[in-house]
Design a protein around this ligand. Structure first.
Ligand code: KG4
Ligand code: ZN
Length: 348
């Protein structure tokens, strides 16, 4: 790390995490996150109004904490980066407003960045510069996408995405069916460790015409329905539900499809580097199976540590710092909070 590398503060508020990270070049200095996840738990999903209010309350304390813990003074920053979209409109607005205020107050350039691209960019703080191109599998509560990434600061191309539920959403919904808390991903991951892959649940869009038409797309809603129906039949017949086995079987169906399609996309595009990001990348079985399948096919795999896979501010700072380093033009000060920002738009 040298002082001539850009020092960037990143703000993330697209969902239920208020994240403020500071990066110098490719070095992470601090990653402060305040989560409102507990406030949503009793509703079984993120409530947008609750998330927005929590961001508002957490924003200034989280910025202060990031500065305190890193020893960085706001005046020393080279730029401010913020998630411009996609995400919950009201939640995004809080981060965008805070970032604009900082940029104007400090007289620094502002970068409004794409949330999905920053899930990819964050890996530089852990594993160094991204291979160009690389292929990215992004799996979170809101997204499941396969992306070809020639340049994360300027050129991200979608190869496929979910046509219904996101992978994380499927984890959360199935967890609910099994009586596990929200967000369900980590609970299913844990329950599955004690279970057997004993039930053959469907793998969406993996055969026949579905596969032809949706080669790199995903579908998890049929799987979710199949799990619900299986559990319901079991309950109706008065038998107990083997939660660990259902969790393991469901999880295997999801990660089988994700890794199969990611490897196929690498091969089809002639790319030897696969990066997995987003909250579901924290899943232990996904990480293990991805390693296994990448090793077998000669693909190099990069997965950030779990804390950098879930939403955070470091990812936004990391993408902002790469944009500054590459001389990307900053955003206009009237940049929008764009809830449906397309993945092809890396900088607002
Ligand atoms: O990236 P993220 O923090 O927020 C979004 O942008 O959506 O992802 C949150 C999602 C949730 O659906 C959560 O259940 C899932 O990531 N998740 C996991 C695990 N940890 C978090 N899913 C499966 N296994 C995990 N260990
Ligand atoms: Zn995310």
């Amino acid at each position: 790390m040298t002082a001539d590398q850009p020092l960037v503060l990143g703000i993330e508020t697209s969902c239920d995490e208020t994240g403020v990270g500071i990066v110098r070049g490719e070095t992470l200095l601090v990653d402060a996150v305040a989560s409102s996840v507990d406030e949503h738990a009793r509703f079984g999903g993120v409530v947008p109004e609750v998330a927005s209010r929590a961001h508002l309350e957490a924003m200034v304390p989280t910025i202060e904490r990031a500065c305190r813990e890193s020893g960085v003074r706001l005046a020393d920053l080279d730029a401010i980066a913020v998630t411009s979209g996609p995400g919950l409109a009201g939640a995004l607005l809080v981060g965008v407003a805070a970032a604009k205020a900082l940029a104007v107050g400090l007289g620094k350039p502002l970068y409004g960045v794409n949330h999905l691209a920053s899930h990819v960019a964050v890996d530089v703080v852990e594993h160094g510069p991204l291979p160009e191109p690389c292929l990215a599998l992004l799996v979170s509560g809101g997204h499941s996408s396969l992306l070809l990434v020639p340049d994360v600061t300027a050129d991200v191309r979608p190869l496929g995405q979910t046509i219904d539920d996101a992978a994380g959403e499927a984890f959360d919904k199935v967890a609910r069916v099994l009586g596990l808390p929200f967000p369900g991903g980590p609970y299913i991951d844990r329950a599955a460790r004690d279970g057997q892959v004993a039930i053959d649940f469907p793998r969406g869009l993996t055969g026949g015409r579905d596969l032809e038409r949706h080669r790199f797309d995903f579908s998890f809603s049929g799987l979710k329905t199949a799990v619900s129906r299986w559990v319901q039949l079991r309950e109706q017949s008065g038998e107990s539900v083997p939660v660990a086995d259902v969790a393991a079987s469901f999880q295997e169906a999801v990660v089988d499809v994700l890794t199969r399609k990611a490897v196929a996309a690498c091969r089809s595009e002639g790319v030897d580097d696969l990066l997995i990001g987003g909250g579901v990348a924290a899943n232990s079985r996904l990480r293990a199976l991805a390693h296994e399948r990448c090793d077998a096919t000669g693909i190099r795999l990069r997965v950030p540590r779990p804390g950098l896979c879930t939403d955070n501010g470091a990812m936004v700072a990391a993408l902002g710092a790469q944009m500054v380093a590459r001389g990307v033009t900053p955003s206009a000060l009237d940049l929008p909070a764009d809830s449906s920002m397309p993945v092809t738009l890396v900088r607002a």
